[in-house]
Design a protein around this ligand. Structure first.
Ligand code: OXD
Ligand code: MN
Length: 591
């Protein structure tokens, strides 16, 4: 290994230095580079990626600072089956996580990491999740041999010198070790050691597996830290909704992957709702803490968007399209002959290009242009609707929390829980159709509590208990909890709600409810809007459609209840009794 002596490590943090040296002894890189986050560093890495083919240049006139990348065809999504929570006691990982023994796992992965960085540079990326100086923030240090990962981390986190300054000489940090190794799915493991504040990920360069600040640290390790330290890490977007009088309510919303979080986060109100404005604070992750005022405050720990490209266009998400016009990376989309990008759901396909797998593509091709989980990585600052509060050190106070599912049937457009505990029950029993964000079948209904199924870093029963305990602490200052579903279909399979910008109508009803206004009808599931209390002006929905949207059918829910019960049985004896009681009360209301 070439000594890093040319530039001495820019930190006195003994534990960090020891860990970097130990990792280098295992992985044997040719050199070590401590990332400073500078433009010069970015330019150099970019040049190297262009030379190695890791990145391809896009048309710099049309897309300045934008680059293209194609992943290995076997490395296109999160691999939940290869993701592990490694707690000393197996029971602490709970029934929804894969578990493996920490000592055995370190040993097994060390064999894969051994010498795996020979011929490559080891990048040391100090990063902050959250704004510098924020009481919410946490520091991580990622080691990686991937330049692509390093450049993406530069967008998704605040990284480099700024993070080392925050860390000081003895600050706490999450150890995030990542290596591409040979990208062999058989030797791919995404392992979390919550009790050691450590992540080891090997064999994948896909965002959710490799940008370790995101799912691994901000959600899996974050949720564990939150449980032990009295805060919460959630799979939620954050928006500010401003009314025509200039009053802003903040809402956080949990949806499973690929269910429109980025669209809701960047929503543009329809013309028929003049004077409203939606501000973007985050599109994927929210850290929630009780503030000095006793309310629940939310902050987005990320600094960029790692969004799903297919389906995104100027109509469905103008702000996302505007966000990716400069300084962005596109992974597994189609590259056109003129060096721009295209994906399914964008207007006007090009006559020819190379698709995500590098094959010739024309509109007649039967192959997909973009992989269904093709992504863009864009700096938050590019987003026209970015809230001035998005990096406020203390975050923003929440008026409401949404749990959203993708359900063709059963769940109404919006429903308000009776109280926090009942809201936790609605979140805990969420189920949704699976999507291409993870490998495996698409469109299968699965229980996805709080949209956190793949991201809870500890026992799901303890996670529910933590939600309940947070509600106890919040008391009367807790945000109201709602369940939403934009994806209801008719018998012919057609969506009956237009979605996208029109979702604001449901959000406005929720805000009315937070302000003690807005009429509702009580159903077994909670309060749903009366048809006249939803602002449907300009939508042209028939009264039958509105009824269908708001319907809570006891027969459908009785069927769902059976599956809920099976899920709660699976949670086992750590399921809080209060949730079992909520379920029994729900069953009684249905009967
Ligand atoms: C994501 C995901 O990438 O949820 O945000 O998979
Ligand atoms: Mn996500």
């Amino acid at each position: 290994m070439r000594p890093s002596a040319a530039a001495p490590p820019p930190t006195q943090h003994a534990e960090l230095l020891a860990w970097v040296n130990e990792s280098a002894r295992m992985c044997r890189p040719d050199s070590i580079h401590w990332c400073d986050g500078s433009e010069e560093e970015k330019n150099r890495l970019t040049r190297e990626c262009l030379a190695s083919g890791e990145l391809e240049e896009l048309n710099q006139e049309k897309l300045p600072g934008c680059y293209y990348s194609r992943s290995d065809v076997n490395d296109v999504a999160r691999t939940e089956d290869l993701t592990f929570i490694c707690t000393r006691n197996q029971a602490d990982a709970g029934p929804t996580n894969n578990w493996s023994d920490p000592q055995e796992t370190y040993k097994k992965l060390a064999d894969i990491f051994k010498d795996s960085m020979r011929g490559r540079t080891m990048y040391v990326i100090p990063f902050i999740m959250g704004p510098a100086g924020s009481p919410f923030k946490k520091i991580g240090v990622q080691i990686t041999d991937s330049r692509y990962v390093t450049l993406n981390m530069r967008i998704m986190t605040r990284m480099g010198r700024i993070a080392l300054r925050e860390l000081g000489s003895d600050g706490e940090f999450t150890r995030c070790l990542h290596g591409k190794a040979d990208l062999n799915p058989k030797r791919r493991f995404i392992c979390h050691f919550p009790e050691d504040n450590t992540i080891w990920s090997v064999g994948s360069a896909y965002g959710g597996n490799a940008l370790l600040g995101k799912k691994c640290m901000a959600l899996r390790i974050g949720s564990y830290l939150g449980k032990t330290q009295g805060w919460m890490a959630e799979h939620m977007l954050i928006i500010g909704v401003e009314n025509p009088q200039g009053k802003i309510h903040y809402v956080a919303a949990a949806f499973p992957s690929q269910c429109g979080k980025t669209n809701l986060a960047m929503l543009i109100p329809p013309k028929s709702l003049p004077g409203y404005k939606v501000w973007t604070l985050g599109d994927d992750i929210a850290w929630l803490r009780i503030g000095p005022d006793g309310r629940l405050w939310a902050q987005n720990p990320e600094a960029g968007f790692f969004g799903v490209a297919p389906g995104t266009n100027y109509q469905t998400n103008y702000n996302a399209m505007a966000s990716v016009q400069k300084n962005s990376y596109f992974t597994n989309v189609l590259k056109t002959d003129e060096g721009t990008v295209w994906w399914e759901g964008m207007d006007n396909p090009p006559k020819h290009g190379l698709n995500w797998a590098g094959k010739d593509w024309t509109p007649e091709s039967t192959d997909k242009a973009a992989h269904p989980n093709a992504r863009f990585t864009a700096p938050a600052e590019n987003c026209p609707s970015l809230s001035p509060e998005w990096d406020a050190p203390s975050g923003v106070p929440l008026s409401a929390i949404f749990f959203g599912a993708r359900r063709a049937r059963v769940a109404p457009l919006i429903c308000e829980s009776f109280n926090w505990q009942h809201g936790v029950f609605l979140g805990a029993t969420m189920s949704s159709e699976t999507t291409a964000a993870a490998t495996g079948a698409v469109g299968v209904i699965r229980r996805d509590p709080m949209a956190m199924l793949p991201f809870i870093g500890y026992h799901v029963g303890d996670y529910f208990a933590h939600w309940l305990a947070m509600g106890e602490k919040l008391g009367g200052k807790a945000p109201k909890i709602f369940h939403v579903n934009w994806f209801r279909r008719d018998a012919g399979g057609k969506f009956i709600w237009p979605g996208f910008g029109e979702n604001l109508r449901a959000v406005l009803w929720a805000i009315d409810r937070c302000e003690g206004k807005g009429k509702a009808k009580e159903t077994p599931m909670g309060h749903v809007p009366t048809p006249d209390s939803l602002n449907l002006q300009g939508l042209n929905l028939s009264p039958e459609t509105v009824d269908a949207l708001l319907k809570v059918d006891p027969k459908d829910w009785t069927e769902d209840l059976a599956d809920q019960r099976r899920f709660f049985d699976k949670v086992g004896d750590r399921l809080p009794e209060a949730l079992r009681q909520e379920q029994e009360a729900f069953a009684k209301r249905l009967a």
